[in-house]
Design a protein around this ligand. Sequence first.
Ligand SMILES: Nc1ncnc2c1ncn2[C@@H]1O[C@H](COP(=O)(O)OP(=O)(O)OP(=O)(O)O)[C@@H](O)[C@H]1O
Length: 261
Amino acid sequence: MIEIEFRKVGKSFVDRQTAQARAAVTNVNLSIKSGEVVSIIGPSGCGKSTLLNMGAGLYLPTEGEVFVGGERVTKPVRKVAFMLQKDLLMPWRNIRANVTLGLEIDGMREAERRRIADELLAKCHLKGFEEHYPYQLSGGMRQRAALARTLAVDPQVLLLDEPFSALDAQTKMVLQQDLAKMLYEKKKTALFITHDLVEAIALSDRLLVMSERPGTIVEEIVVDLPFRDNPLERRKLPEIGPLQGRLMELLKVGKETAELH
Ligand SMILES: Nc1ncnc2c1ncn2[C@@H]1O[C@H](COP(=O)(O)OP(=O)(O)OP(=O)(O)O)[C@@H](O)[C@H]1O
């Protein structure tokens, strides 16, 4: 089953200086199967976050159509969970209460909410921190709590907008490992944005490469490698280097610098 689909999607924003509409993304076609993890990579400002916002129904396309779970997206979608670089935890709620927020909104009984939150927090290596407040946790731990909160509502689709980019390299790898395992075990569908090429390769079934603004998908690469549930192992494979090199070529990494010399 196709879980996320973009058909000829374009989005324009009104440019503040010229007061003219200017395309951020154009003619984006993509389809993601249920259980697939797909990463979008592309130059800064090419419209990656704009695409995710349209997937979540937070922005509506100017052209074309977006479908999630077979239904056309016309407003914020309930079955989609969003995770951002900023953890957006509520400072006045303890970690457990942050994780249970969505369940509370859904009207779930307290004992059940607590059971789900504590189980997820344990999976995210935060056992013993349930009653701590966000300010008492490190950046990596807060992002783990944000991951637990994202998973608590059991979304079928996860939209992840550079969720680990503010973390140090080692913490990032450990969190990627936890995320990959959970996505794999629970057969979740995920669309992931990252600037980290190896992260994209380590976590994904497929990579979509975007052009500069107005962004469109210029290349699709199937990551035909084992260990999608174990990015730490996948990172060690000899195929990673050449694949990263291909992405660097597509993104013209280093080209501008070379031209300056
Ligand atoms: N709400 C908005 N109003 C006006 N312009 C916007 C809005 N949202 C995004 N844009 C513009 O659309 C373009 C694409 O932005 P977007 O944040 O989607 O890019 P991105 O690829 O995610 O960037 P980055 O990699 O730097 O995070 C940018 O030029 C941005 O300034």
